[in-house]
Design a protein around this ligand. Structure first.
Ligand code: KMH
Ligand code: ZN
Length: 275
């Protein structure tokens, strides 16, 4: 089994300081949270950025500032900007961080109800446009899927040449409107991706750690962080993303799975090779 790649989703676009005062907004706060996650074992930082008041933004300039700060504090970490941004953002706003040529970026492969009137919209043409741009810039997509049908979409677009093989998936499980975070659905997702693919699993809310264990024991990889969950355990708010990553490291150690550093993660994901 490969070593375990831990991704830390340190900030997200929806969670706020009202939910947990440790959610980072400023460049300094985001850098600090990335550092704590990195020191606890994360080799990838999944990055959203905010204005100082917490408003989500996809501004290229703000991403450049945050990425520079993260690189200053954790020079070898893999930075994976979001192209999902926040619900309601236009495509030309969402796609901006790709201009900074990060090693990876997210590629959301379908539309999902997020509850109430919230809809995270990703038409097939949007996915084609973002996928094509990542191929042009040699950026490895993390194919985000909120349901099994999105895996099928990714496979279709892979065959059409908009996503390269081998694909790296992120199973986001437990979002309102998406697939449930259950062992049965996890196995269904894992068995639905093409041979040779890699995957990570992001359990939402209280299912973050149960899903992390599924990732650890199945040979997959794990994402944790405030974007998906703000609690360390029942009723106990995490003081930092570092605490969430530390818990995964601890679980992996208990279960006999070693943690990959950034250099090892690059090899596992084939980063730096011509995608
Ligand atoms: N904030 C969600 C609307 C991604 O990073 O690509 C989208 C999201 C997915 O978080
Ligand atoms: Zn995200």
């Amino acid at each position: 089994m490969d070593k375990l790649i831990i991704t830390a989703a340190v900030c997200g676009a929806e969670v706020t300081k009202e939910h947990n005062s440790a959610v980072p907004y400023t460049v300094k706060e985001i850098g600090q949270e990335a550092r704590l996650a990195y020191e606890a074992g994360a080799s990838i930082i999944h990055l959203h950025v905010r204005e100082d008041d917490g408003t989500p933004t996809q501004s290229k300039e703000r991403f450049a500032e945050c990425m520079a700060e993260i690189k200053r504090l954790c020079p070898d970490v893999i930075i994976q900007p979001s192209t999902g941004g926040a619900v309601g953002m236009a495509n030309n706003e969402r796609i901006q961080p790709l201009d900074l040529k990060p090693e990876m970026a997210t590629l959301d492969c379908g539309t999902c109800n997020f509850g109430g009137d919230e809809i995270f919209i990703n038409t097939e043409n949007t996915i084609r446009e973002f996928g094509q741009r990542m191929i042009e810039l040699n950026i490895k997509p993390e194919v985000e899927v909120f349901d099994k049908g999105m895996i099928d979409t990714a496979i279709r677009l892979n065959k059409q040449g908009f996503i390269k093989s081998p694909m790296h998936f992120n199973f986001v499980m437990g979002v309102t409107g998406g697939i449930s975070a259950t062992p049965r659905d996890f196995v269904f997702m894992r068995e639905s991706i093409p041979a040779g693919s890699t995957f990570t699993v992001s359990g939402i809310g209280k299912l973050q750690f149960p899903m992390a264990v599924m990732g650890i024991i199945s040979g997959g990889h794990v994402r944790v962080g405030f974007e998906d969950n703000i609690y360390l355990s029942k009723g106990v708010l995490a003081k930092s993303n570092g605490e969430l990553v530390e818990k995964v490291t601890r679980l992996a150690n208990e279960l006999g799975r070693d943690i990959a550093g950034p250099a090892e993660a690059r090899v596992i994901l084939g980063l730096g090779e011509q995608q």
